[in-house]
Design a protein. Structure first.
Length: 434
């Protein structure tokens, strides 16, 4: 049996490689960078030595295929889930309130009860939720924006500001006017309308240690090959199989190939005629940034591992010492802004000042703490999405032996870890069935 080539060592490529190795199929994974993990990786902060992720990654209990992938590579126990969905919110003017959905009650009863206790809204905002409930299994127009859908379902401005807008930003990394309603609908169906599907999970270690190193070991142990520092420049269809051209001018011949790279690098690799339409679609993807500001204080600021911020520019704050269960770490907070186009041009100094100022507004006690160290991490293309008028590409391509994977492909989900892993598994299954 010939080796199957997989281009890209992020969640999608690694999931495909693990699935194929486990099925006894030899793989060769080709990754441009020197390390695996793609858009989810960690590194040591040069000043404190603390492990930093390129951005806080949250898992959900409904990430079915991701949990399967983590189980296969022996990492499942290092993602710690809340016993029930529970987020502490702090509003700049209305104070603190928790949004909690009991796992012991069925949906939507648990949602109803959770919203009744949530002080950021009033009880009059709740009845229109019935309309969302009625639309949950409807086939929505794929071009429908979240903003329009919420309008059609009569969601009140207060409900949008306290729940829908933060959820859309967090789960889709897009603003409601350009995010797909069908993606939000999928999140609601798979997470919030399942008994404990929305429970959030954190990795208790850096992302690279959580999955990249373990997936590597898993693949190598089963006879797979991993070639880091190998950039593919062209994918050329051949009479039998596919030829891959590397930056160092080598040609690798393979029977089948899974391309698990982001849309723009893929567009550059696909110049042959049969791919013209796919190439055009790939060039339409637009990046959506995520900004993370890390702040080290001389004392603890929060009691919870995470807190949602309302009425601010940045939306979430995470307490990394609480997440890692690391009592030796000085108070290390990560303040996050999603779909943060408007913040990307600001200097590190400005971003750190803004994060501190917003933190002081919602945690007034933080004003007494001394800032020891800080940095800002800009992920300019944290996720990529197509304008609403376009349909995302599927696993299959015009070439019978070339398959696509990546969080941006048509999995029915927004660009998330779960979408990446599902796409990787789907591509592996497609290879196995040819
Ligand atoms: C800051 C941040 C926070 C996030 N938070 C969350 C979260 O809380 N929850 C969640 O579910 N998701 C989150 N995400 C999204 C999640 O990280 C992605 O959905 C997922 O990592 C995408 O995996 P992928 O394999 O599809 O793509 P990638 O990770 O981009 O992998 C593609 C790989 O292809 C390689 N490559 C590119 N070109 C070539 C080439 N020419 N030759 C060879 N290799 C090449 C790249 O180097 C890369 O390693 C976040 C992302 C960021 C950046």
């Amino acid at each position: 049996m010939k080796r199957i080539a997989i281009i890209g060592g992020g969640f999608a490529g690694l999931a495909a490689a693990v699935r194929l190795c486990d099925a006894g199929c030899p793989v060769a994974l080709l990754e441009r960078r020197q390390q695996l993990g793609g858009r989810a990786f960690s590194f040591a902060d040069p000043i404190t030595g603390d492990t930093l992720d390129n951005g806080q990654h949250l898992f959900m209990k409904c990430y079915r295929e991701t949990l399967d992938f983590l189980t296969r590579i022996g990492a499942r126990d290092d993602v710690v889930f809340q016993p029930q969905f529970n987020i502490a919110f702090r509003h700049t003017t209305h104070g603190a309130s928790n949004l909690r959905f009991s796992s012991a009650l069925p949906a939507p009863l648990n949602l109803l009860l959770g919203f009744l206790r949530f002080r950021a809204i009033r009880w009059t905002d709740i009845p229109p939720l019935r309309k969302i409930n009625a639309e949950l299994h409807k086939a929505l127009d794929p071009c429908l924006a979240v903003h329009t859908w919420l309008g059609q379902c009569d969601q009140t401005p207060r409900m949008r500001a306290a729940f829908w807008d933060p959820l859309c930003l967090a789960a889709l990394n897009q603003r409601p006017h350009n995010a797909r309603a069908c993606h939000l609908q999928a999140v609601l169906r798979e997470a919030f309308w399942q008994p404990d599907g929305a429970c959030l999970g954190y990795a208790n270690r850096g992302l690279s240690n959580l999955f990249a190193h373990r997936a590597r070991e898993h693949i190598l142990k089963r006879g797979g090959e991993i070639h880091c520092g190998t950039a593919i420049t062209a994918i050329a269809p051949a009479r039998t199989g596919i030829h891959l051209h590397t930056r160092s001018a080598k040609v690798l011949k393979t029977e089948a190939c899974i391309a698990a790279v982001p849309p723009l690098p893929l567009a550059k690799m696909l110049c042959a005629k049969p791919f013209a339409k796919l190439h055009h679609t790939l060039c339409q993807y637009e990046p959506s940034p995520i900004l993370s500001v890390n702040l080290w204080f001389d004392r603890p600021i929060m009691r919870e591992p995470m807190c949602g911020l309302l009425g601010t520019t940045m939306e979430w704050v995470f307490d990394k010492a609480a997440i890692y269960g690391d009592c030796d770490r000085a108070s290390h907070l990560t303040v996050v802004a999603s779909a943060a186009h408007h913040l990307m041009h600001q200097s590190n100094r400005e971003l750190i000042a803004l994060a501190c100022e917003e933190l002081h507004r919602v945690f007034p006690e933080s004003q007494r703490a001394n800032l020891l160290h800080a940095n800002a991490i800009r992920e300019r293309a944290a996720t990529r999405a197509l304008p609403l008028a376009y349909t995302p590409p599927k696993t299959q391509t015009p070439h019978p032996h070339l398959f696509l994977a990546g969080d941006w492909t048509d999995t029915g989900l927004p660009a998330t870890i779960e979408s990446a892993v599902r796409s990787g598994y789907a591509a592996a299954d497609a290879v196995l069935s040819t």
